[in-house]
Design a protein around this ligand. Structure first.
Ligand code: PA5
Length: 447
């Protein structure tokens, strides 16, 4: 069971202040549960764990997995960006052996690579270099179907697959995850006969990891998405409780209280390198949901102890506008003991007989205490181990807390008007038809 703790904040906040914010969080929760707040047409994610476990989606994903295994597919290119990318990337990284590729991959699972999450020509060329050595299939994910980065990547991957296997076979090797009815990707899929999975209108990209957007690639990578949904379901229930022991209420309350005390930056910390992309997923979730109307906690992330040797100085001693939330994995799933050394030239014999993870745990505790002393309040989210169940719980917990937190802050968590600004400039600079006036204006500006 996921646990949330605020003990490392006690020297920064008074009990009465925290109680006041828990009250605000419970009010915000009521708005979210009653669906009366801003963006209430985007709340389809709230019941995804229970609804998906009761439905047929997992079986449909399994059918794709089996059919591609029968074809001998050993590389799946997953195309998508933002919410159509980060959840799957996070889960695949968190659950996979760090050196899976060099070790020959997982049994009965293709390698998963991601594309369409940038516009780097070099990156895409390298994806295509890999494709040439492999038996390839592709999942293209875009709710709108019009996002430039995935659309560019898909045009290239689609042409490659069609040339390599022929148009008929290509239609069996491409699956699209997109809007039910609208959008260019939907029309293209219908025309080409691709299998499609639907992203419901009422689920926004960054809340979509528990839809086919995340579940299909995670399943193709060989992981148990039913168990992931069960972990999420436990949090769907726990985070709906209108009570002070609701972990989403507690987290939303404490981070808003700290924000109002000048802690404008929240760092998501993990001492497990496999959780690097949990930080990336979380940053998008909170950054896009809360950073608007001139408000919002700035989300950052670090992996420790690695980043203690790069960011540690700042966190300990720089501007005092930071708070930290550590995602703790209680149990290591592997075992490695440090041996005694006769010469002891490195002076480490005091560690002999200890597990490496015990050192990691003491590093975590020591860091948290040092950061409290340095003025950085500490929140903690812990799970027993790193597996599908707990990852599902983490996804749902952070999503629900995000909705509650953004309502306390007074913003609409489910829109992202700021994302359009760069797109307008990019289209003007690339001379997209319809942007003639903007092209003239931007050219004059950069002359
Ligand atoms: O959270 C969001 O809505 C965004 O990050 C989108 O997921 C991202 O922009 C990709 O959009 P689309 O799936 O329409 O290509």
């Amino acid at each position: 069971m996921l646990k949330f703790e605020t003990g490392g904040c006690s020297s920064f906040v008074k009990d009465a202040e925290y109680k006041e914010y828990v009250g605000k969080a419970l009010e915000a929760l009521k708005v979210l549960e009653n669906e009366t707040g801003a963006g209430n047409d985007f709340l389809g994610w709230k019941h995804l764990p229970s609804l998906t476990l009761a439905g047929r989606l997992v079986d449909e994903c399994e059918a794709v997995r089996k059919s591609w295994l029968t074809k001998g597919v050993d590389l799946v290119i997953v195309i998508g960006i933002g919410g159509s990318y980060l959840g799957a990337k996070c889960a695949v990284e968190a659950l996979s052996h760090t050196f899976a590729k060099s070790l020959g991959g997982r049994k009965a699972a293709p390698e998963i690579v991601f594309a369409g999450n940038n516009l780097s020509e070099e990156y895409l060329c390298e994806v295509m270099d890999l494709a040439q050595q492999k038996n390839v299939a592709c999942v293209v994910i875009s709710k709108s179907g019009t996002t430039t980065e995935p659309a560019v990547a898909f045009r290239i991957v689609k042409q490659y697959i069609e040339q390599k296997y022929g148009k008929k076979e290509a239609a069996e090797r491409i699956v699209a995850v997109t809007d039910a009815a609208r959008g260019a990707l939907k029309s293209l899929s219908t025309q080409e006969g691709y299998k499609t999975f639907v992203i419901e209108d009422n689920v926004g990209g960054r809340f979509s990891v528990l839809t086919p957007v995340g579940l299909l690639p995670i399943m193709l990578a060989g992981y148990d998405v039913k168990t992931m949904l069960k972990g999420a379901l436990e949090m769907e229930q726990a985070c709906a409780r209108p009570s002070e022991d609701n972990p989403a209420v507690q987290y939303a309350a404490m981070r808003n209280l700290l924000y109002n005390k000048g802690k404008k930056v929240e760092i998501l910390v993990s001492f497990q390198p496999k959780l690097q992309y949990l930080g990336e997923w979380w940053k998008q979730l909170y950054g896009e949901s809360e950073g608007k109307d001139g408000k919002g906690i700035f989300p950052a992330s670090v992996i420790c102890t690695t980043d203690l040797h790069s960011m540690g100085q700042y966190i300990q001693d720089g501007e005092r506008n930071l708070m930290e939330t550590t995602v703790t994995v209680e149990k290591a799933q592997r075992s490695l003991v440090i041996e005694s050394d006769e010469q002891n030239l490195d002076g480490l014999n005091f560690l002999a007989g200890k597990h490496v993870e015990e050192c990691n745990k003491m590093a975590q505790l020591g860091t948290q205490l040092a950061h409290i002393d340095g003025g950085v309040p500490q929140m903690n989210v812990s799970v027993e181990k790193l597996d599908e169940y707990n990852l599902g719980a983490l996804f749902y917990f952070f999503e629900k807390a995000c909705g509650v937190s953004a309502y306390i802050l007074g913003v609409n968590p489910f829109n992202q008007p700021g994302v359009e600004a760069y797109k307008k400039n990019m289209f003007a600079l690339l001379e997209k038809p319809g942007y003639e006036e903007q092209t003239k204006a931007i050219c004059a500006r950069i002359k």
